[in-house]
Design a protein around this ligand. Structure first.
Ligand code: SF4
Length: 352
């Protein structure tokens, strides 16, 4: 199947399942051309997790040492109302491990499944057949399941959990059986990029009807400061060539649905933390505002006034653009997270 055919298939599925969301999604291209951001919001309701992955980017430094206001079901509902009014159409619940949430059903309700395309990033440990059906029945559309490679011992070692590999493989099948869209999320570093494991994953995903989201390694979280893991230009070309051969392989810098957004900070992605901070991307731990202090449109306006996020960049700022990584990502190394936009940027970083 070509990229266009895959995209058409996904849009048709959304149109049938959630016609009102489909209508919003159709407007993204026009909004993009007018410079209006329509980000997918990655929502962290809690950082709690059952695994201890060696490449985890949800650093413990996100847990504040002093009490801070936290998201509640009411604030989440208010946020989803604001997001809907602004024209946003996609949420991704991450963490931590979202399937650990005790009030999971209420969180889903607060996210208003009829108004948004809902996906979730999970390690798959708790995604058994019953949970997969429950997700589908409650309005979930897609699951993104982390898988390192097909070497069981290596996956389990990376996750510090025997049995994690088997659970992840079974979760992929369970989600597919429940008619959820299935994405394998896999981290690719300079060390493993051209080892052949990504092609093996591409073949596996193509045969099973899954997609593969390539998450390039970032020198943050457990890998903070380890710049040797960052991919280089040859690695990036390899992934791009693999995408041509296996269209299910995707990076978020690749053009999609007739739009070439390049790096999608603010324009195509945002993250909401449990403390209300809005980050321009899951991997850039610099807050561009806080929903307890400002409205979402005001925060988006600020984000789009920062040159690095407003201007087109074909490279991923957080994992590929060495200039941005050296000058800005390194500013939050070793600090309580996130740092604020005032600490990270000066006047020269804003569009005058
Ligand atoms: S910094 Fe990288 S991961 Fe973040 S939005 Fe840009 S391309 Fe995507």
């Amino acid at each position: 199947m070509t990229v266009k055919e895959l995209e058409a298939q996904r849009r048709a599925k959304l149109k049938a399942a959630k016609p009102a969301v489909y209508e919003k999604v159709l407007k993204i291209k026009e909004r993009f051309e007018q410079g209006i951001p329509t980000p997918i919001v990655d929502i962290v309701y809690s950082y709690a997790c059952n695994l201890k992955c060696s490449h985890c980017c949800a650093s413990k430094r996100f847990i504040p040492s002093r009490p801070r206001q936290k998201l509640t079901l009411e604030t989440l509902r208010r946020f989803s109302d604001q997001a809907h009014a602004y024209g946003l159409c996609q949420f991704n619940l991450s963490g931590g491990e979202p399937l650990l949430l005790k009030n999971f059903d209420q969180v889903i309700e607060a996210l208003q499944p009829d108004k948004f395309h809902l996906s979730m990033s999970t390690n798959g440990f708790f995604l058994d057949k019953e949970m997969a059906r429950r997700l589908k029945n409650s309005g979930w559309d897609k699951v993104r399941i982390s898988l390192d490679n097909f070497v069981e011992e290596e996956h389990d070692r990376n996750r510090n959990c025997p049995g994690a590999y088997k659970k992840a493989i079974q979760a992929l099948e369970n989600a597919k059986e429940a008619d959820l869209s299935v994405v394998i999320q896999t981290m690719v570093s300079h060390q493993n990029c051209r080892s052949g494991q990504l092609e093996e994953m591409a073949k596996f995903a193509t045969a099973r009807g899954y997609a593969v989201d390539v998450l390039i390694a970032r020198a943050i979280g457990e890998l903070e400061g380890c710049h040797e893991v960052l991919i280089d230009e040859e690695d990036a070309k390899y992934i791009s060539d693999l995408h041509k051969q296996y269209p299910v392989v995707h990076r978020d810098t690749f053009p999609a649905y007739g739009m070439d957004k390049g790096c999608g900070c603010v324009n195509a992605v945002l993250q909401l933390t449990p403390y209300g901070d809005i980050l321009p991307c899951v991997y850039i731990h610099i807050a561009i505002g806080n929903i307890f202090e400002e409205s979402l449109p005001d925060i988006l306006k600020r984000g789009m006034s920062i040159k690095h996020f407003a201007e087109y960049n074909p490279k991923c700022l957080s994992g590929e653009d060495r200039g941005f990584i050296d000058k800005y990502m390194s500013k939050f190394y070793g600090k309580p997270l996130p740092i604020s936009w005032q600490e990270a940027f000066t006047d020269e970083d804003f569009i005058s």
